[in-house]
Design a protein around this ligand. Structure first.
Ligand code: ADP
Length: 360
């Protein structure tokens, strides 16, 4: 697992070992005012240099501060999610294993007719584990994980989104195998021409599609995963590039039961019979995975609130002063935490899945 990886992951390029020397490696961005770069930026660029101590071609014309942002904020060296952490979704796990994990592990076998698609779309209601799947893929395939929310490209990086996208794909290509996870991808590749669709957001979209073309079909070990809870907003060009489209539905009753037990067993004292758990599962039809998590959190507060009501001060409270979590705690929590997805919305996903989803 990831625990075996060094602090920089598996992908430390074979650069010279005297790491205290910040001398030559940033030569290749000379002309950008190397002296003006601070140490953290220099260090970050050094880690991206190849065996020759030069910055890879793709990164040379990019602004160092964007490269640094990608390396420090978007790149996740230890996504720390395993298949076993994800409840249910057996079908999606099986498809993903075959479609993307095996090809990332064995590029030599998955070529020619077996060559995999480089774009995967995970769609479905919010809070159902799409991000978890992305992280688990990176973990299982021993790939570097890059996470970016597409809406941040348009909101936070106004006017710079395009450059950031280039930096993102550039760094990913130096950190192969790589998984680029783009959350809310609909906001980037949407078909709707919003009223004042800015020239800049059109350019951003174009740039993004160009980058995708760039590694599609090539020998790069890069997988792009887009996640959305508004698949119907994606246009035809986006669908074409995201060749596999997997529906990530709400958890089944069994999966909800698993989430409850898994979370409670982690840290808590609880007293729930099998029947109690069945009861909770019946009452949580339509809850998403993240709704379930919030429910368990709220129920776990029950014993604490009760102890405090009995007059024990929070600072003096001992673990033993709290009784185990029981069914009534969940019944109370059910009033506080409601399902966040409407059945109306579910219909939309199922329709879209019938029309555009990958069934196998
Ligand atoms: P999405 O990306 O689909 O919006 P996330 O993967 O971010 O949802 O899930 C949010 C949280 O909800 C997770 O961190 C996890 O605690 C919980 N969760 C959602 N789906 C599952 C699942 N299938 N199994 C276990 N936990 C889940």
């Amino acid at each position: 697992g990831f625990s075996r990886r060094g602090i920089r992951g598996n992908f430390i390029p074979p650069i010279r070992s005297n790491g205290n020397n910040t001398g030559n490696t940033t030569k290749s961005i000379a002309g950008k005012g190397e002296d003006a770069l601070d140490d953290s930026t220099k260090r970050c660029l050094e880690l991206l240099c190849g065996a020759d101590g030069e910055l890879p071609e793709k990164l040379r014309n990019l602004e160092p501060r964007l490269i640094e942002h990608v390396s420090n904020e978007i790149m996740d060296r230890d996504p720390n999610v395993r298949w076993d952490d994800i409840a249910g979704l057996e079908h999606a796990k099986k498809c993903v294993t075959e479609m993307v994990i095996w090809p990332l592990l064995r590029p030599d076998i998955f070529k020619g007719c077996r060559s995999p698609g480089r774009g995967l779309l995970l769609f479905g209601p919010p809070g159902t584990g799409k991000t978890m799947i992305g992280k688990a893929i990176a973990g299982e395939a021993k790939a570097t994980f890059f996470y970016i929310s597409a809406s941040s490209l348009t909101s936070k990086w106004i006017g710079e989104g395009e450059k950031l996208v280039r930096a993102l794909f550039g760094v990913a290509s130096c950190r192969q195998p790589a998984v680029i996870f783009v959350d809310e991808i609909d906001s980037l590749l949407s078909q709707r021409k919003s009223e004042g669709e800015h020239e800049s957001s059109r350019r951003l979209k174009t740039q993004f599609l160009i980058e995708m073309e760039g590694f599609d079909g090539g020998n790069d070990q890069i997988l792009l995963i887009g996640a959305t809870n508004r698949p119907q907003e994606l246009d035809e060009a986006a669908r074409r590039r995201l060749t596999k489209r997997l529906y990530i539905p709400l958890p089944t009753s069994d999966a909800r039961s698993w989430i409850i037990k898994n979370l409670l067993e982690k840290d808590g004292l609880f007293n729930l019979s099998k029947e109690d758990i069945d009861t909770i599962c019946k009452l949580t039809e339509g809850y998403s995975g993240s709704d379930m998590k919030n429910l368990v959190k709220d129920a776990s507060m029950g014993p604490l609130r009760e102890a405090l009501r009995q007059g024990i001060e929070i600072t003096k409270l001992k673990k033993d002063d709290m009784r185990p979590v029981t069914l009534p705690d969940f019944e109370n929590a059910l009033h506080e935490v409601r399902a966040s997805v409407s059945s109306n919305e579910l219909g939309t996903y199922e329709e879209w899945n019938k029309q555009f989803g990958s069934l196998s």
